[in-house]
Unconditional design. Sequence first.
Lengths: 106, 118
Amino acid sequence: DIQMTQSPSTLSASVGDRVTITCRASQSIGDWLAWHQQKPGKAPNVLIYKASSLESGVPSRFSGSGSGTEFTLTISSLLPDDFAIYYCQQYYSYITFGQGTRLEIK
Amino acid sequence: QLQLQESGPGLVKPSETLSLTCTVSGGSISSSNYYWDWIRQPPGKGLEWIGTIYSSGSTYSPSLKSRLTISVDTSKNQFSLKLSSVTAADTAVYYCARRNGDRVFDFWGQGTLVTVSS
């Protein structure tokens, strides 16, 4: 099984901040990585796929990078609507999600 | 606009079989380019992929494979999940979802909470 490890588990930030979340895979997954945002009581929404491709309709303040085993999600300037839980997800072999990063208001 | 809706019992007894159905509207489940998935999320915890069904077969999570069956009913535009011998650890919100030709999740159901308890 491919394990996905996110850091940090919780991130405290303010509106306007630039934040980065890291995701590491236990083995190389190429660029078969997606990032999802989940808000309380709702299903996740995909933000990024293929490590760096922005899903249609997702604001350009979200960006993804990386390949192999190290990936990052960056939000360039936080808006109030961005405080949520973020998950990375590999789809190189089966599907595995990271444990999530809770982005909270400082 | 594609919509997915989970349905099934909200309470299942330990050792019994959990059965859920996902009804798809606004598009055909028979389209060959898509994957139809189940994902679950225990209360307050992260996401766990359960398995998928597609035109040429199905793939299950290795950790659930021995207890799992995913099937499709094209006449009703539905796909279903059966998970046998459930325990409290199977208590979760269960989501159905579609993955597109790029294998990316693009549509999700709203989720349904299933509690395993006597």
